[in-house]
Design a protein around this ligand. Structure first.
Ligand code: UFG
Length: 326
């Protein structure tokens, strides 16, 4: 299939395009390079454009005979979305609408959408299932949930087909160590912890140790970026006209912040100093996925479910690229 990957030069996109190509798909990346890196996509075709630009999106789809879209382009910091909601609703939510209209104008009727565990807010039960209550607690999550609603409306009105993938905590890097996570600024736990052995910071902060969890720190479900990418390939092949399928993507196992730091110590052999500070506003105590539906309906299997492997692959990238793509 000819696939347009919006945000394809970002962390997830750069891994995804390799997996799509291995599965025989032909990718075009559409990215404004605000946070993405042209260096991360090798010789994959790049169209530089913004998600708010209907004409550029329409042209990119027409000129490349696009048959399906994987929509990753978005801002990703839940904390920032609380401070600057307009930034998130404009880019992530209105951007989603712009893309849907451009798809209609170009006759493209299939999309896989990058959604998030943030749509659940503070979950009522663990593990979280797709049918559980969605009550986002920040504009990042509510903006993504708005797009899910749009998908339902467009499927019903125009017979378009969608799969929304609700990511849990994406981590790791390509096993070859040549591409990986390079956010500026970095906010994610594993790359921040690894900055200590890299000599880029003295210690890592633990945002609260008084949660109602076994060691008092927050629990998250870490999913390898290669496994997450593989799910998109299955998803694009599972899109059905006139409907929206929703899948959680996680490992189904939770690890606390302290356990993640301990794993990073074991992988790097560095003592990694940690200090407990106040809770970060908006952090739910525990987010762990049930991905049973993705296994049953997409046939998805994780190749790298082990946290040690996820951290080892992240370390393989960061230690050889301490300044990312710079
Ligand atoms: N944490 C620390 N110290 C740090 C950074 C993070 O203790 O320096 C903690 C956080 O409080 C949280 C856990 O580590 O408990 C994971 O934090 P991340 O920032 O790595 O990830 P989040 O769970 O906050 O966010 C992830 C995605 C977001 C998405 C969210 C959905 O990165 O894009 O899941 O719930 F919005």
């Amino acid at each position: 299939m000819n696939v347009l990957v919006t945000g394809g030069a970002g962390y997830i996109g750069s891994h995804l395009i390799g997996v799509l190509a291995s599965a025989g798909h032909n990718c075009t990346v559409y990215d404004n390079l605000a946070t993405g890196h042209a260096e991360a996509i090798g010789d994959t075709k790049l169209v530089t454009g913004d998600i708010s630009d209907t004409a550029a999106l329409t042209a990119a789809m027409r000129e490349n005979d696009i048959e399906a879209v994987i929509h990753l382009a978005a801002f990703i910091e839940a904390g920032e979305s609380v401070e600057k909601p307009e930034k998130y609703f404009r880019n992530n939510t209105l951007g989603g609408l712009t893309l849907l209209e451009a798809m209609r104008a170009s006759g493209v009727s299939k999309m896989v959408f990058s959604s998030t565990a943030a749509v659940y807010g503070r979950p009522g039960q663990i593990p979280i299932r797709e049918t559980d209550r969605t009550e986002p607690i920040n504009p990042y999550g509510s903006g993504k949930l708005c797009v899910e609603f749009m998908l339902r409306a467009f499927a019903e009105a125009y017979g378009m087909g969608f799969v929304a993938l609700r990511y849990f905590n994406v981590a790791g890097a390509h096993p070859d160590g040549l591409i990986g996570e390079a956010h500026i600024p970095e906010t994610h736990l594993i790359p921040l912890v690894l900055e200590v052995p890299l000599g880029k910071r003295e210690s890592v902060k633990i945002f609260g140790d008084d949660y109602d969890t076994p060691d008092g720190t927050c629990i998250r479900d870490y999913i390898h970026v290669m496994d997450l990418s593989a799910a998109h390939v299955l998803a694009i092949e599972a899109v059905e006209a006139g409907g929206v399928k929703v899948f959680n993507l996680g490992n189904g196992e939770g690890f606390s912040v302290r356990q993640v730091i301990e794993t990073c110590r074991a992988v790097t052999g560095h003592p990694i100093r940690a200090e407990v500070v106040d809770r970060r506003p908006g952090d739910p105590p525990s987010l762990v996925a049930s991905s049973q539906n993705a296994r049953d309906e997409l046939g998805w299997r994780c190749e790298y479910p082990d946290l040690n492997t996820i951290v080892a692959h992240a370390w393989g990238w960061h230690k050889t690229h301490p300044n990312g793509y710079c």
